[in-house]
Design a protein. Structure first.
Length: 128
């Protein structure tokens, strides 16, 4: 899917030089299409995904992604369902569990020398 989406994006606008994908599988497909076309990541194309599955850190180059608290999200959903099944009434609330940006090589547009000096570091973005 990511390969096809990048093909379509480049057909519409050949100057596209970065993509933010709504999930990691699509981001991986975008990487595969870049490899097939000889597009250098991150020098010519930046790629970021969403969810930060384990394979994002082991791709070559490692792909940036937004880490979501999957376990906590599932846990909170089960609690909410359990309360509903138990007949609890009350105001439903929205719970912001936050995210964490895992900045990796695929979005590092620094020069080669700067890239070697600056390691990938996660950036926290939490809201209360």
């Amino acid at each position: 899917m990511g390969r096809k989406l990048l093909q379509q994006a480049l057909a519409l606008d050949p100057t596209v030089d970065a993509v933010f994908c709504n999930n990691d599988i699509i981001a991986l497909g975008v990487l595969f299409e870049c490899i097939a076309r000889g597009i250098r990541v991150p020098e010519e194309m930046g790629i970021a995904g969403f969810n930060d599955h384990e394979y994002m850190a082991t791709a070559e180059p490692p792909l940036s992604s937004v880490r979501t608290p999957r376990y906590e999200s599932g846990f909170e959903a089960v609690i909410a369902i359990r309360r509903k099944l138990d007949g609890e009434t009350g105001r439903q609330s929205v719970r912001d569990l936050g995210t964490e940006v895992m900045a990796r090589t695929s979005t590092n547009r620094a020069s080669d020398a700067e890239r070697r000096e600056r390691p990938s570091v996660p950036t926290r973005a939490r809201r209360g």
